[in-house]
Design a protein. Sequence first.
Length: 166
Amino acid sequence: MEKAKSYASKIMATPFQQGWQWIIEVTGDNVPMDFEIYVKDLDFGLGSIDADVTNIGSGSIGKPTSSNAGEVTMTVRDHIDGRVLKWFQTQLAKVKHPNGTVGLPKDYVFTMTVWLVSDAAIKTPLTSMQVFAVKCDTTLSYESEGQFIAYPMTFQKFSTLGAKPL
């Protein structure tokens, strides 16, 4: 019983990071200056290793084979002037041109940095990722009166081999 009380006291005294204590910064061309205020939620992998499993008798051995770059998804609201959607459409146009060709990474890859923010407003970098735009969806509904339009946006991480100068 004493161990349980000690454990409960530790939990109550631990200053856990809150789910809202983060900001995102995006570097690149024509990024809206106030981009971070439009990002409602963010989902990304902090690491992923692919593995092959070899069966040996009734057991198995796993061995790492590669690392998956993964995706970054975010839901954003937009300004009434549509600045976030326009920026994303510009990013998509850098990847795939109207004639069907694909651009060069130096033109379409940009950096996203996620910062954790403490109660004292101290920013600590969580991760920095080189990404490019791949998808943006929306649902418009007459039943969503009083709600903001939101866009789920998807970005592909450029590399698992570290940040590359482009």
